[in-house]
Design a protein around this ligand. Structure first.
Ligand code: ATP
Length: 112
């Protein structure tokens, strides 16, 4: 079991979520976050004055899936979250040691 954590543009969340849902990956945790990548924010202008917005709003999606689903989920996120411009985001993948469904006590694959 692997956890896929994707930091994406807020404007892309519905497209990504719908595509994952259509492929049978409906379980997800979504959080509003702020962050920055290599470009360290963006310059903006307000009333003639320039200022740097250091931390940009992003969406963090977290999904735990079976090992053999990782490539498929990553592929869907790559295809739907990309615009080709800087700030498209990043995907981090971690191993998960245990899952427990609180309602039934089922574990691991049965609790996915
Ligand atoms: N190394 C990192 N560690 C933690 N969070 C990161 C890391 N890289 C990116 N992020 C998160 O992902 C978001 C989007 O990253 P972003 O796409 O700007 O990365 P990048 O490396 O600058 O790539 P790009 O050149 O495509 O912009 C950031 O705002 C931040 O929240």
């Amino acid at each position: 079991m692997m956890k896929i954590e994707a930091i994406i543009r807020p404007t892309k969340i519905h497209e990504v979520k719908d595509a994952l849902d259509e492929a049978g990956f409906e379980s997800v945790t979504v959080t509003d976050v702020k962050g920055r990548g290599k470009q360290k924010g963006v310059m903006q202008q307000w009333r003639g004055r320039k200022y740097c917005v250091d931390l940009l709003p992003k969406i963090k999606m977290e999904m735990v899936v079976a090992d053999d689903s990782v490539d498929k989920v990553v592929d869907i996120i790559m295809k739907t979250a990309a615009t080709g411009s800087i700030g498209d985001g990043k995907i981090f993948i971690y191993p998960v040691s245990k899952i427990i469904r609180i309602r039934t006590g089922e574990t691991d694959g049965e609790a996915l």
